[in-house]
Design a protein around this ligand. Structure first.
Ligand code: FAD
Length: 288
């Protein structure tokens, strides 16, 4: 099923992300994890794409596996470190295994990147490529409520988002955020700028203190005092931090649903137990 049809159905959706292994050795474990999350029958699952494309076959295989057990799936695809030929091959592979949804991303620019070899500068150029390919894909894109770290200003970032939507991006998924007001404010500014597509809220349950540094590094998001106090008090014990982190994420999700945001995507970090607990916490709200 196409993600845009899920989003337009008017029902609340809760979805989960998995990321493929970095090496073949952990592939079987990862496959098991994705099937365990698929057993929850989320609205859909997303499968990320390794920067540089070196593990792209895993993204295809995991997404294909999720689809084969009857679940809705979106496969990510990045472009900045890829050749046009590689991107086209990936689109053929997605089409061949019946993947209908693609999250079209630029990807992070690797250190020491040779700009002379760059074949795609922005995600919008990938979106044109996907459209040109001719496959019947529903295309999503990423957005950043606290602005993309490279953008000079929020206003400029939102104008660039508009370009991405005009290129054919049918919905957006946000970078993780820990303060819902940041999302509500962003949504207001998007609508004001004429960006009208659905915006899925991305929520990351922090279940171990060791995740925090990495999260901040990747997302450059601000952690509210309320959350920092939780880490300060419970961060020394993995068990208590896990419980508090799931409760914090659940509260964020319930607040989003209560404020009319119908689509929430959970960065479940390949943890089926965390995904299951969060889904159970909102089961009546999402009708599961
Ligand atoms: P773009 O939309 O191309 O934006 C990148 C920057 O360029 C922004 O600052 C933007 O303002 C600017 N820009 C865009 N268009 C223009 C224009 N026309 N003119 C001038 N400036 C412009 N990374 C992975 O490697 N694999 C994944 O699977 C993955 N999944 C992700 C999922 C989500 C939901 C999110 C939020 C991020 C994900 N990322 C992933 C990270 C992402 O690749 C990086 O954040 C990357 O730096 C930007 O990608 P983008 O698609 O948002 O880029």
């Amino acid at each position: 099923m196409k993600i845009i049809d899920i989003l337009n159905s008017g029902s609340r959706s809760l979805s989960f992300e998995v990321f493929p292994p970095k090496t073949g050795e952990t592939y079987d474990k990862m496959k098991y994890v994705s099937y365990k999350i698929a057993e929850l029958h989320p609205s859909f699952m997303s499968v990320t794409y390794g920067a540089g494309g070196g593990t792209s076959q895993y993204t295809v295989d995991i997404a294909k596996g999720i689809k084969s057990v009857g679940e809705n799936v979106i496969a990510h695809l990045t472009c900045v470190s890829s050749t046009r030929e590689h991107v086209r091959n990936m689109l053929d592979a997605y089409q061949e295994c019946g993947i209908e949804n693609i999250l079209a991303l630029r990807g992070d620019i690797p250190e020491g990147f040779n700009y002379d070899e760059m074949q795609y500068r922005y995600a919008s150029e990938l979106i044109y490529e996907i459209k040109d390919h001719g496959g019947d894909f529903c295309i999503g894109g990423a957005c950043y409520p606290e602005k993309h770290p490279e953008a000079a200003s929020s206003r400029e970032d939102i104008q660039n988002l508009k370009t991405k939507v005009d290129a054919g991006c049918e919905f957006l998924t946000t970078q993780m955020f820990f303060d819902n007001d940041v999302y509500y404010n962003f949504l207001y500014r998007l609508r004001e700028a004429g960006v009208e597509v659905p915006v899925i809220a991305g929520i990351m349950p922090i279940t171990h203190p060791s995740q925090i540094g990495k999260v901040l590094d990747i997302s450059k998001t601000a952690l509210p005092q309320r959350f920092l106090r939780i880490v300060d008090t419970f961060g020394d014990s993995p068990q208590t931090m896990r419980q508090a982190g799931i409760a914090f994420a659940t509260e964020q999700i319930i607040d989003l649903f209560a404020n009319g945001v119908n689509a929430v995507h959970v960065y479940s970090m390949n943890k089926p137990d965390v995904a299951a607990e969060i889904q159970a916490n909102v089961s009546a709200i999402i009708g599961k």
